[in-house]
Design a protein around this ligand. Structure first.
Ligand code: ADP
Ligand code: MG
Length: 458
């Protein structure tokens, strides 16, 4: 058992922080006592510290499972910046000799980042077993739930992987999980008795606003007004790359702000440049698709505007959570023109192929490629011996779920009561009533009255 002072010393010496933020100390104590833990802390709360700090007090490897290469890379870079060199990313990019060598020398790494697919590999598992895994961390743990927006079937492998590793102390991390998803995460991991640290998803320093307009043209006008008034730094999210680029150009012409587009269609080197310019305040506004933001560690973003509806409230909360990490007053605006949900419905539509096709793919008579974007998902299910009927049932459930999520998103924008109350109720929380800085329901004419930033953190 580590004493409090010892833990605070590590916080100071390795991270340069004097105090813990809410939920951090409680989680770290539980882990150091060997308790499996589920921590639900809002975006920007400091979840990385929950496993980085114990690393300096435990002997053995910290294994971190993450759904995206970009997220892993971001964590690796951050550890490097903190002076920690014993970090490795075990991904599909690591091949041949290089991979064999890393696996042989796994002992020399304190932090091993990897994807669930990688852990499906016996070689990798054997190497990990030889080195004691002191802590297994599952980042973005909501990906294991089919009731969640980011379901990743590969995450279903993790229960078995964990058992194969001898059930090391495990930390499940996520920012947003409704009570139902929370239960589902624990059930799918076989961790029903895990210790739970749950902090409100609320971000009281973010003002929540919606703006309904009749036409797209009107929406452009509103957007222009907003960015001229609230000068940023800010992010505007679009559902399409093309529109993000077009609007960036238009806004740059219409204002004296520096605006750039950021999405998967922009060349990597250019993306890197834009990200740096934004970090250094040379750019005030980024017009982005959801590809931008994960792992962005800029704490003075003043507003996040959505030009289109996000696919669900989980993603919405995640995206607006990039504003105001410095604790100062910030703004989230959702713009909505009648019929906008059609755009989102098209983007998230789930096609369920007939069982005969799936059977033919299973028997090798047809290539999975005919399923287009969903080919790899089907291959995954088939490899893990789901039957075509089970696969179809999963996709049908997904389809119903997607539509339900969209309806909840639309209900949020149409809500004429308190938006914060609506959001918090959705996430299974009590709401004690609005303070002065809450949402458009409590402050009519907010776009004229609101002034940002108020310099004192609230
Ligand atoms: P999350 O994963 O919960 O979104 P991160 O782990 O990325 O959050 O941390 C967000 C920011 O908070 C980082 O810049 C991190 O350095 C900072 N941070 C974390 N813990 C503390 C702390 N105890 N005191 C001050 N800053 C902290
Ligand atoms: Mg994180």
């Amino acid at each position: 058992m580590k004493n409090k002072q010892e833990i605070l010393d590590v916080l100071q010496s390795h991270f340069g922080f004097d105090d813990f933020r809410p939920g951090q100390e409680e989680t770290i104590n539980a882990l150091l006592e060997g308790k499996d833990t589920l921590s639900i802390l809002p975006t920007g709360a400091g979840k990385s510290l929950l496993y980085q700090l114990p690393a300096y007090l435990l002997s053995g490897t910290i294994l971190i499972v993450s759904p995206l290469i970009s997220l892993m890379q971001d964590q690796v870079d951050r550890l490097h910046r903190q002076g920690e060199k014993r970090v490795i990313m075990l991904s599909g990019q690591l091949v041949g000799k290089e991979r064999a060598s890393v696996l042989r020398n796994l002992k020399s790494f304190k932090f091993v980042f990897t994807s669930p697919e990688m852990l499906d590999n016996q070689q990798v598992l054997t190497a990990l077993k030889k080195n004691k895994v002191a802590l297994m961390v599952i980042d973005e743990a909501h990906c294991i739930s089919q009731w969640g927006p980011d379901f990743r079937p590969e995450y279903l492998l993790l229960k078995e992987v964990r058992q194969q590793l001898g059930s090391p102390t495990t930390l499940l991390l996520t920012a947003t999980a409704t009570p139902r998803i929370r239960q589902d995460i624990l059930k799918k991991m076989g961790m029903a008795t895990a210790y739970q640290v749950i902090k409100s998803v609320d971000r009281p320093n973010i003002f929540l606003a919606g703006q309904s307009v009749a036409t797209q043209k009107e929406k452009d006008g509103e957007l222009l007004k907003l960015i001229q008034k609230f000068t940023g730094p800010g992010i505007i999210y679009f559902a399409s790359r093309k529109l993000a680029s077009q609007m960036a150009e238009w806004l740059e012409n219409q204002t004296d702000l520096n605006v750039a587009a950021y999405h998967a269609g922009v060349a990597p080197i250019e993306r890197f440049r834009i990200q740096n310019q934004f970090m250094n305040n040379e750019l005030q506004v980024i017009c982005a698709t959801s590809a931008f933001g994960m792992g962005i560690d800029k704490n003075d973003i003043r507003y996040v505007i959505h030009y289109h509806l996000p696919s669900n409230l989980e993603n919405y909360l995640q995206e607006i959570g990039r504003a105001g990490r410095d604790g100062k007053q910030s703004l989230a605006v959702l713009l909505y023109a009648n019929g906008d949900e059609m755009i989102q419905r098209q983007l998230t539509s789930v096609d369920v192929p007939p069982v005969t096709i799936l059977e033919q793919i299973k028997n090798g008579k047809l290539s999975a490629n005919i399923l287009g974007e969903q080919a790899s998902l089907f291959e995954f299910y088939l490899e893990h011996s789901f039957t075509p009927q089970q696969i179809i049932a999963m996709f049908e459930r997904r389809k119903i779920q997607t539509e339900k999520e969209l309806q909840e998103m639309v209900a949020y924008i149409k809500e004429d009561g308190c938006k914060r109350k609506y959001l918090l109720t959705y996430f299974g929380e009590q709401f004690d009533g609005p303070n002065e800085f809450c949402c458009d329901n409590e402050l009519s004419n907010w776009s004229t009255k609101l002034v940002l930033p108020i310099s004192q953190p609230i």
